[in-house]
Design a protein around this ligand. Structure first.
Ligand code: OGA
Ligand code: MN
Length: 275
């Protein structure tokens, strides 16, 4: 198995491995690489749904997403679909999955089934690299803060976003939120990570949303800089496996008129710890 960095800050390309037939030693190597690089990219892994589930379960239990339409007969697999006549995509802004949960998911394993002829790439950013470059003064302030995360404005009944997403989102009554430290420690590497994101972080604890906005916007713009990120171009059978604590991701929406279909399995995490 070969592991090569995909960019200066985040991601690694993994080759010479067959994820349908993987040894315990390879699982251990991938676990280490996943924590170190934040997101792992694979090519030509045409896993069946059963093989996709079995691969995910080598790392942790599956955390079933409550809002995405599941793949028929496989409730563990969420469908990430955009049809040729749909305009809004899923994940079309910088975010991390499930930060609205009390114990957010460890990561997600996304497998490309159908991709558009061009476009439809996904970007990934390192919130470890972004945090490192902040000033000591701001780091100290951020380490004293907690933030509210919510999914109501995304998956709740009657939001504009939900209408545009149509039947791709289900279960609006399951909406909720959580409070997390703004700076957390990675459970494996001990690195400090900036834990806010554009999709789900609403405000800092003890601050109003209006007071929170300028600082949140600064952190979002800072982390979105190109030098902290990489871009992955999909082919059918490509897999990206990302860490939801140490990275953000963003599905580019530049392929109107074409279908894009991905299968996502999300893996259960452990309680977050403050830095
Ligand atoms: C997701 C997501 C990105 C993509 O599945 O969580 O954000 O490129 N998808 O489809
Ligand atoms: Mn996502």
């Amino acid at each position: 198995m070969k592991i090569e960095p995909a960019s200066a800050a985040v991601g690694a390309n993994i080759s010479d491995v067959d994820l349908a037939n993987i040894s315990n030693a390879e699982v251990a190597k991938l676990t280490e690489a996943w924590a170190r690089h934040g997101v792992l990219f694979f090519r030509d892994q045409h896993l069946s749904p059963e093989q996709h589930i079995a691969f995910a379960e080598r790392f942790a239990d599956i955390d079933v997403n409550q809002f995405f339409q599941p793949v028929a007969d496989y409730p563990q697999i969420a469908e990430v679909r955009k049809e040729a006549d749909q305009i809004v995509n899923i994940g079309g802004g910088w975010h991390t999955d499930h930060s609205y949960d009390q114990i957010p998911a460890k990561g997600s394993i996304l497998l490309a089934r159908e991709v558009p002829p061009t476009g439809g790439d996904t970007r990934f950013a390192s919130v470890a690299a972004a945090y490192n470059e902040l000033s000591d003064g701001l780091k100290k302030t951020l380490e004293s803060l907690h933030a509210h995360h919510s999914n109501e404005h995304v998956f709740g009944a009657g939001t504009e976003h939900k209408e545009a997403a149509g039947e791709r989102f289900v279960n609006p009554e399951a909406v909720g939120g959580a409070i997390h430290p703004v700076v957390i420690r990675h459970p494996n590497t001990g690195e400090k990570l900036l834990y806010v994101n554009a999709a789900f972080t609403t405000h800092f604890v003890g601050w109003t949303p209006e007071e929170s906005r300028p600082l949140l916007d600064f952190l979002l713009e800072h982390t979105a800089q190109d030098r902290f990120s990489t871009q992955f171009q999909w082919e059918p059978g490509s897999i990206a496996m990302w860490d939801n604590r140490s990275t953000w991701h963003w599905a580019l929406n530049d392929y109107h008129g074409h279908r894009r279909l991905m299968h996502r399995i999300t893996i259960a995490g452990e309680p977050l710890t403050a830095a």
